[in-house]
Design a protein around this ligand. Structure first.
Ligand SMILES: O=P(O)(O)OC[C@H]1O[C@H](O[C@H]2O[C@H](CO)[C@@H](O)[C@H](O)[C@H]2O)[C@H](O)[C@@H](O)[C@@H]1O
Length: 268
């Protein structure tokens, strides 16, 4: 069994053979009430810009649409991040800094139907105060800031509604999302690994949607690669803690860890 410090040493010795993949909300950005104000931690962005010029590949794998991740992270055109790829909406959208090209699926019919009926549907169930985030190919129902019981009460009816519409349910921190099925963060990570063939993979996340990427790193290790699983810990979600090699205390600690790695590999 390789320890997290062994993998970190391997990364420092062989940065070009390393894929660093990170989740956005709760890992690079603090969780805040308003999703449009969840900006990436300045120190993380600065560290990524330094690491980008030496690591083989940097990836952000997020539930956010690519354009939001770009805007909230301030990544576009940032010097040092010419090798960044972003897989948005759990892998349904893909963008690469190398050519700036964004691939996006069309809005599914089921999401069009859902958008039309969801406000009344929620009202009929007494789910007052929830906020809807329409991401084009998915809709997130946010319950942050209202009675914490509402999320649990919505879980079963939302699952039935999703099944009726042929959609997948993506649960998260004070949010339930309905989206097209057939892809997850694990598929994204596997695709990037197949593309860049790294010898070391680091993945960091904070929420349930990151677990498929944890599975992908476990598979990578089974095939002889060196993997490092980071959990950006919170009181809200502890599902990743037992599986992580390294538990950091939220986005501030993630930023410190990235800064230390950048200092070791790419001093400014
Ligand atoms: O995969 P991620 O990068 O972690 O994105 C998952 C969802 O994150 C966002 O919601 C979460 O962050 C919000 C801002 O801090 C917070 O208000 C909300 O309670 C969290 O669930 C985002 O709004 C979703 O679209 C993402 O799918």
């Amino acid at each position: 069994m390789t320890s997290s410090s062994d993998v970190r040493d391997a990364v420092v010795a062989d940065p070009a053979g390393t894929l660093l993949a990170l989740d956005f909300d709760g890992t690079l950005a603090h969780i805040v009430d308003d999703p449009t104000r969840a900006f990436a931690h300045h120190d993380s962005v600065e560290a990524l810009a330094r690491l980008g010029s030496v690591l083989g590949q940097i990836a952000i794998i997020t539930g956010r649409p690519v354009r939001q991740a770009l805007a909230l992270g301030g990544f576009e055109g940032l010097s040092g991040l010419g090798n960044l790829v972003i897989h948005g909406q759990y892998g349904a959208e893909r963008w690469a800094a190398a050519d700036g090209a964004l691939t996006q699926p069309e809005r599914p019919r089921a999401i069009v139907e859902l958008a039309a009926m969801l406000p009344d549907w929620l009202d009929e169930r007494g789910a007052h105060g929830v906020r809807l985030e329409d991401k084009g190919i998915a809709i997130a129902i946010h319950t942050r800031g209202i009675d914490p019981g509402v999320l649990g009460e919505l879980a079963e009816p939302v699952a039935r509604l999703a099944a009726d519409l042929g959609l997948a349910v993506e649960p998260g921190r004070q949010v339930i999302e309905l989206r097209a099925p057939g892809h997850d963060k694990g598929d994204s990570l596997r695709a990037i690994v197949a593309d860049v063939r790294p010898r070391q993979v680091i993945f960091g996340g904070d929420d349930l949607g990151d677990l498929p990427a944890y599975d992908a790193v476990d598979e990578f290790r089974t095939h002889g690669g060196a993997g490092l699983l980071i959990c950006s810990a919170s009181e809200e979600q502890d599902a990743l803690v037992a599986r992580a090699d390294l538990v950091l205390d939220g986005p501030d600690a993630v930023a410190e860890w990235l800064q230390a790695l950048a200092d070791d590999i790419a001093p400014s």
